[in-house]
Design a protein around this ligand. Structure first.
Ligand code: IPE
Ligand code: IPE
Ligand code: MG
Length: 226
């Protein structure tokens, strides 16, 4: 069994958790941040090299302005308060998605955080922000067209935001829905999919370890017989 290198997560269910437990969707997002820290730590422990977290989709702009504002503030706090922590844990940060729509201040903080952590090699933490797989593919095709590069699988992969990052070995989606919501459609072609009933703030280390154990039992064929 080849150990997993890359785990991708659709962190869904924050809003429902917030309504159920705190009568506020936003407090669900805040609670979800604790799970993010737990899973980052656990990934380092399990020797995972790439962890991609879906934090904000290209479609999430359709949400109420106040919820979007809360999420931006949460991201900003995370970047300010946790960056030294990431550096100390040997984690490097990378963002995928179209950042132009984000407030300038956050864009600068993200650039700064990526620069500050770029030499770290323990784990690459990839945050998907204003990320949409269709947007990413269109972006890649436009580059190929502009530079007159031929269209083939290698050149497409090489012009995605995930360039040089191996495809995810497994994907976890919490929140009890079975869909991909425009996340890494190209990169997930041969990824093992785990859909979890639990809402993201309730997801814990034991759940993560259970999925890791189950992943290790799977025989991956990639089209072959054995
Ligand atoms: C996922 O949780 C986090 C983001 C999309 C930012 P949701 O906010 O989608 O939570 P539910 O699915 O409404 O419960
Ligand atoms: C997917 O969750 C996006 C993130 C977790 C950031 P959504 O809650 O936006 O997905 P849909 O709308 O239910 O498909
Ligand atoms: Mg949701």
């Amino acid at each position: 069994m080849i150990p997993p290198k890359h785990v991708a997560i659709i962190m869904d269910g924050n809003g429902r958790w917030g309504i159920k437990n705190k009568n506020s969707r936003n407090l669900g997002h805040k609670a979800g941040l604790k799970t993010v820290e737990t899973i980052i730590r656990s990934s380092v422990k399990n020797n995972i090299k790439f962890l991609t977290l879906y934090a904000f989709s290209t479609e999430n702009w359709k949400r109420p302005k106040l919820e979007i504002k809360f999420l931006m503030n949460l991201l900003e706090t995370f970047l300010i308060e946790k960056i030294n922590n990431l550096v100390n844990q040997g984690i490097s940060l990378k963002v995928i998605g179209d950042l132009k729509k984000f407030p300038k201040k956050i864009q600068d903080q993200l650039i700064n955080a990526q620069n500050k952590t770029k030499k770290n090699t323990k784990l690459k933490l990839i945050l998907a922000l204003n990320y949409g797989s269709k947007n990413e593919l269109v972006h890649a095709f436009k580059i190929l067209k502009k530079k007159r590069i031929s269209v083939n699988e290698f050149n497409i992969s090489n012009n995605l935001f995930t360039k040089n990052i191996p495809d995810p070995d497994f994907l976890i989606r919490t929140g009890n829905t079975h869909r991909l919501s425009n996340f890494l459609l190209w990169q997930l072609a041969y990824t093992e999919l785990f859909f979890e009933k639990k809402l993201w703030p309730d997801f814990n280390n034991n759940d993560y370890n259970r999925i890791l154990r189950n992943f290790r039992k799977i025989q991956r064929n990639f089209g072959r017989i054995k």
